[in-house]
Design a binder for this molecule. Sequence first.
Ligand code: ADE
Length: 510
Amino acid sequence: MIRIILKEIIIITALTEIAQSLLISKTQIKCESYDHKRCTKENKCDVEEVLCPNDSEKPHVTSSCYVVWSLDELGAPGNISMKGCFTDNAECNQPECIARNIKPNGIIFCCCKGSFCNRNYTYIPTPTTPPSTSPKEPAGDNNILYFLIAFLILIALIIVFCFGLCLYRRKKQGAFNEIPTIEPDVANSSPNLAPRPIHLIEMKARGRFGSVWHGRLRNQDVAVKIFFAQEKDSYNTELEIFKLPRMRHPNILEFIAAEKHFEKIPQEYWLITAYHTYGSLCDYLKAHTITWFELCKIAETMARGLMHLHEEIPSTNPDNYKPAVAHRDFKSKNVLLKSDLTACIADFGLAMIFQPGQPCGDTHGQVGTRRYMAPEVLEGAINFTRDAFLRIDVYACGLVLWEMVSRCNIHNGLVSEYTLPFETELGLHPTLNEMQENVVMKKIRPRICEVWRTHSGLSAICDTMEECWDHDAEARLSSSCVMERISQHTRYPTTPLLIETNTDTTFRDS
Ligand code: ADE
C-alpha cells in the first residue's frame, strides 16, 4: 500500500514537473547570462543560463535576451560586457540578436525574442544611416539655415548696391540744378563699352565740325552732334563745358551723354543732347514772324541763358563751383527754341572757361563767326581778360536781338523777310576786310527801322541792342543787365499803343 502511495506521489511529482516545464516553455524564456564584472583572475567566468521572469499582471510585457559588447581596435567583435534578459514592451521583436548601430562610446547593444537567442550576436550597420554621418533631420535643418544665410547675404548685397547707386547718382546730380529725363553720362570713352541704342532719324544740320541728327534713344527724342575726327578738340571743349558744375539750366541745352565711336572709320565723337523740334532761332525766324509777347519770351530766356553761362557761382565745395564761361560763337544759329518758345543756348565748341587765378590760355582771339564778330575781334585788338571775352558775347547778343525785332509782327503783316545781321549791307558772304571796314572803321550796325520806335516795348529793346553793340566794349551792358532790361517788359507788359503814322494804319500790340 505504501509502495502504491509512493509510486503515485512519484508519478504526480513527475507530471507536475512536466506540466511546469511545459508552462515555462510557453510563457517564459531562457537567455545566456554573463557579466564581465563578475570575472576575476581566479574565478573562471562562464556563461550561464537564466530563466527570465514574466509579469503575469502585464501580459503585454514580455522578456527579451540581450548582449552588450564592444569592438576591438581592429573593428572585430571584441569583449562581451554583459549578457542576460530583461522585460520590455515588445520592442525587441527580432529572433536574432542583431545590433544596427553603435553608441558613440563604442558600445554595441542587441536584443531579441526567444530562448537563447543571445547566444550569437552580430553588428550590421544600417547602410542608410551610417553612424559617422549626421542624422537626417538636422541635415535638413542645416540646409534651411544655409539657405537663410545665403538669402540674408543676398539682401544685404542688394541694399549695399542700391545705396551705393543712390550716392553715386546724388553726387552726379549735385553738380546740376535739374534732374534730367535720361541720366546724363560723362564720356563713354572706352571703345569696349556698348554704345547706347540710338536710332539716327534725320540729319538736321551740317557744319564745319560735323553734323547734327535727330535721333531716338529709348523712346525719347535726342539730338546727336557727330564731330569729325579732326574736330575732336571742339568735342572735348563742348563736353568739358557740359560737365562743369551747375551747367544744368533751363536756358542751356540739356546734355545727355557723350560717346566715342572708335569702331567707325574715320572715328566719330558724339554728343547726345535734348532735341528741340523748332531747331535754331535763326531757322525759326526765317520761317515765322513773332509777336511782341513771343519776342519778350525768347529774348528774356535767351538773355537768362547767356547770363547763366557768364555767371561765376562761388562755392566752398569745389564740386559745386561754376566758373564764368564765354561762348565765343554766340549767334541766332546757336540759340535753340523749345516747344514752348523759350530759348536755350547751344554749341560750346569754342567756349572758354575762366578759372580764378589762371591765365586765359594761349587762345586765338579771332574765333567765331565773322558776321557776329565784335569790332575789337575784327581788329585783333582784344584784351585777353575774362570781361573782354564776355563783352564780345554781348555784342553778338545785340545782333540777335536785332534779328528778333526785325521779325516782330507788331504791325500786322508789315514785316520784312528775314535777313542776317549786315546781310543788307554786306551780303551773304562778307570778307574779313569788308567786315573790318564797315564794323570797325565806319562803325556800321544793322539798321533800326523807324517804325520799330513807334512801339514803346520794341523801342526799349532797340535801345538795349544798341547798348549791347556799342563800339566801346566797356560801355556795353553786361548779360545780366540785358536780362533785367528785357524782363521788365515781361513783368510789366506794354499796354497796347494807338499810334498815328504817316500811313493811316492803326498799329497795336498783338
Ligand atoms: N540743331 C542743333 N542742335 C539741335 C537740337 N539740340 N535740337 C534740334 N535741332 C538742333
